[in-house]
Design a protein around this ligand. Sequence first.
Ligand SMILES: Nc1ncnc2c1ncn2[C@@H]1O[C@H](COP(=O)(O)OP(=O)(O)O)[C@@H](O)[C@H]1O
Ligand SMILES: [Mg+2]
Length: 371
Amino acid sequence: MITLSNIVKEYEGKQESGRAVDGLNLEIRKGEFVALLGPSGCGKTTTLMMLAGLLKPTSGDIHFNGKLVNHTEPKDRNIGMVFQSYALYPHLTVRDNIAFPLRERKMPKREAYERAKETSRILQIDHLLDRKPSQLSGGQQQRVAMARALSKDPEILLLDEPMSNLDARLKLDVRDEIRKIQRKLGVTTIIVTHDQEEALAISDRVAILNGGRIQQYAPPHELFNHPVNLFVASFLGSPPMNLILGQLQESGGRQIVLTEGFEYELPAGRRLEKEHMGKTVRFGIRPHDISICSADQPGSLRMKVDLVEHLGSGKLVKVMDPEGKLDTMIRLLTGNEVQVEAGDDIYVTFKADKFHLFDTENGGLNLTQHV
Ligand SMILES: Nc1ncnc2c1ncn2[C@@H]1O[C@H](COP(=O)(O)OP(=O)(O)O)[C@@H](O)[C@H]1O
Ligand SMILES: [Mg+2]
């Protein structure tokens, strides 16, 4: 188990721009695969470097299995690391690259080579041991870097954007590979990425960071279906969640969201506490939770189609209220069989159990309950 408690990191001479990491708390279970996900500059690499012992926290504690490691040297932390630029030693063979960390620890050559061979088998690069890095493809080089990190049988594997140098197709293969190896070896793994698809695909849990703080730490489906705030809601999902400005109102026992372009009554079971009435909110709904319907469907809203994009797997339809008063276009996804064109007047409905309401104050807190 890895525990980060109240970690703060201020780089020297960087105080004016605030803290790189600002009071971070995180717990990672033994054998877990966790991703740190967030926009560039949010503190992911800084956090990983502190776990590795290459940077010291300004304040806060890091524990590995209950033992304080704040002052433990990197070499004594039993970690393997793959950096974004996983620079292999170009003049060394694959075998010597993989054996390098072992030789550094004074392991006898024969034993180190034996270990390098074993690790290379797991990663299916044992036929490449005599080659130099320049004779390998990008994906093979990436595996050598993984093998090098795994050769000393680390308790913790730290990966910083390890797939950013690979092309899109190879990325998919390599990420499945990493996940398989991780499962097989049971090594606790923390991956840093700005790629949401990658993080959601391979992790047990994802910590979403912004401005050096954790916004939400949960399994992928939980983050996607129950974002705790506006940042998480808008960060995850492609095309992104629609976030329409409105106001919560109560009248005659009904609760409504009043936007510039439509009025939406909160269905039974999804009503909010009275204290929230009057608040300015963002009404959040994902594009695939909006459907085109007939005019007589209860609760349907009239919209004008502005643009239709063909995605291959379906259509992305951008609509606006008929008077064009909404603060933003609404995106919805439909199947290819749905006939719809720019300029059409259509009716849409929102899936009653899928919308969210975010306070525009209080850090964009999600006011809706889990359903
Ligand atoms: N060596 C450094 N000196 C000063 N500031 C740094 C240094 N490294 C990172 N920072 C700053 O700390 C913040 C977090 O950086 P980083 O952890 O690299 O973010 P990420 O990996 O999420 O992109 C950024 O504002 C960055 O400019
Ligand atoms: Mg980084």
